[in-house]
Write a protein that binds this ligand. Structure first.
Ligand SMILES: C[S@@+](CC[C@H](N)C(=O)[O-])C[C@H]1O[C@@H](n2cnc3c(N)ncnc32)[C@H](O)[C@@H]1O
Length: 315
């Protein structure tokens, strides 16, 4: 989602969900509705994917906006939302918009809901950087299994189609008006990062929503620095491929804000230095538990072995 705050509604009693930000109050949806970097690709992907007269399921419908995009082409859209305040809001907004009557807003938990008929497309935007804090993967893994059991082996198309998760070592300025405060932060990824990145991104997961979905991530990798700098943070990058247009040889993408996590012991690095990065977390976990698991260790400088010595050793 475009939401990176911990803001929650007081309507729900479940503290873990408040903590994780899965309950997003109506006034925060405004930020998602006006976030063009999110809305434009979702609208395009939905227009390209939903067949005329088709059926669509949206899990986590919020204000109903993505279901409404789908309703411009679909015969029927099932829009599942758990938060009663959002259910009321979505029903009222849909009444005010053309073809809103094609959307049935269902108040239910997406972890157990199945539509009454097979669908052509499933839309699910319970996305958060690194797949933390929201239940996108848990809900879609459960959906795949229950859908196959009820409707057979053929799964619908998913929006997003694929998500790539990556990390990148960076040099981050944590100085605010002269005050040094290395706090986790969210920042748009983009060209302004070029002189802060110390190495290319390392992809640690490729999530294909029509395949088995990962619910745990465990990364233990070595990265080689490509430039000199102060390595003081790891950036978590999340790029969602909402739809692929094979005939146009392009994808509709939503690159989310990167999550920048400061590391416990910043280090000076030179190009060619190696650093070990380890972390492990469960999809949907808190930002804090990802941060607690993050371990960065400088590796001793690699001593290049001469090829003829290597051959002699092998012999
Ligand atoms: C990031 S918002 C996206 C809302 C809307 N789809 C949009 O794109 O503007 C995720 C929505 O999923 C809902 N949600 C979270 N967990 C849910 C669950 N288990 N079942 C149904 N809805 C859920 C939240 O209340 C929220 O409205």
């Amino acid at each position: 989602m475009g939401c990176e705050t911990g803001m929650t509604s007081s309507a729900d009693e479940r503290p873990e969900e408040h903590l994780l930000g899965q309950y997003i109050p109506l006034h925060y949806h405004f930020n998602m509705l006006r976030d063009e970097s999110r809305m434009r690709p979702f609208r395009e992907a939905i227009e390209l994917t939903v067949p005329l007269g088709g059926t669509v399921l949206e899990l986590g419908g919020g204000t109903g906006v993505l279901s409404w995009f789908a309703a411009q082409q679909a015969r029927k859209v099932y829009c599942v939302e758990r938060n009663p305040a959002l259910v009321r809001a979505a029903r009222s907004f849909l009444e005010q918009n053309t073809h809103g009557d094609r959307v049935a807003v269902v108040q239910a938990d997406a972890i157990t809901y199945l539509p009454p008929e097979p669908v052509d497309v499933v839309i699910c935007e319970m996305l958060h950087v690194g797949m933390i804090r929201e239940k996108q993967l848990e809900i879609l893994a459960s959906f795949q299994e229950r859908y196959r059991r009820t409707f057979g082996p053929r799964l619908p198309k998913f929006i997003p189609d694929t998500t790539l998760l990556a990390i990148q070592p960076i040099e981050q300025d944590f100085c605010f008006h002269g005050y040094h405060a290395p706090v986790p932060m969210f920042d748009p990824a983009g060209p302004h990062m070029a002189d802060r990145c110390l190495a290319d991104p390392h992809i640690y997961s490729t999530i294909d929503y029509r395949s088995e979905l990962p619910l745990e991530f465990a990364v233990d990798t070595r990265l080689t620095m490509q430039r000199r700098g102060q390595f003081n943070a790891v950036s978590f990058l999340t790029n969602n491929f909402l739809a692929f247009l094979l005939n146009e040889q392009r994808a509709v993408q939503w690159m989310m804000n990167q999550l920048i996590l400061p590391i416990a012991e910043p280090m000076e690095v030179l190009a060619g230095d190696s650093v070990a990065i380890q972390f492990a977390y469960r999809a949907g976990c808190s930002l804090e538990s990802l941060q607690e698991s993050l371990l960065v260790t400088p590796m001793p400088h690699a001593i290049p072995i001469q090829p003829h010595l290597a051959q002699r050793r092998a012999a």
